[in-house]
Design a protein. Structure first.
Length: 181
């Protein structure tokens, strides 16, 4: 049922079809009951749209977390980025602590729509993300500017009410770009 909460288009489409049917009944009968039917369809559709916008599915929570991580990277906030990395990912945390201070990040973004796969069940605790990222910045040591686009696979786990990165792999070596091997 998460697919219904992830996409308002389904609610809009079903509401539009139901409203069309109610209007046809009204034009055919002109009865007060058909007028109530039109009002009921509009109210139910509005209630479903409000509910859909208020619910956050696990897939939407993972996507929001990715956007928040990109914002922390853009602001060059090492502790902020580390707050999204699981404590169990010690090598990744060390990599961030080592490489991030060597550059001033000017742009960081998730490109396109990430492919997010959450674990099975209604309350998943694992997620896998395949996405493309873009990072552009200036190395502090020599002033070299540059940007890299990379395909990344990110493994996340839900710890409490937050999704945290436990590991990642990329088709680019970020450490080589910053000279932090």
């Amino acid at each position: 049922m998460n697919w219904l909460a992830e996409n308002a288009l389904v609610v809009w489409a079903i509401g539009a079809i139901a409203l069309t049917m109610a209007v046809i009944v009204y034009f055919q009968t002109g009865s007060r009951g058909s007028q109530y039917g039109i009002v009921a369809v509009v109210l139910v559709t509005a209630a479903l749209l409000v509910t859909e916008s208020m619910l956050e599915t696990p897939r939407e929570a993972v996507a929001r977390t990715l956007d928040e991580i990109a914002a922390e990277v853009r602001s060059n906030d090492v502790p902020g980025v580390l707050s999204y990395i699981s404590l169990s990912a010690a090598s990744l945390r060390k990599e961030i602590e080592t490489a991030m201070p060597l550059a001033t990040i000017e742009r960081a973004a998730i490109l396109g729509t990430p492919q997010i796969t959450v674990g099975p069940g209604d309350d998943p605790t694992q997620a896998t993300v395949a996405c493309r990222v873009f990072v552009h910045g200036t190395l502090k040591g020599g002033g070299h500017k540059g940007g890299e686009m990379a395909a990344c696979n990110v493994i996340m786990s839900r710890e409490g009410d937050r999704w945290l990165v436990t590991s990642y792999s990329a088709d680019k070596d970020w450490r080589r770009a910053t000279g932090s091997r």
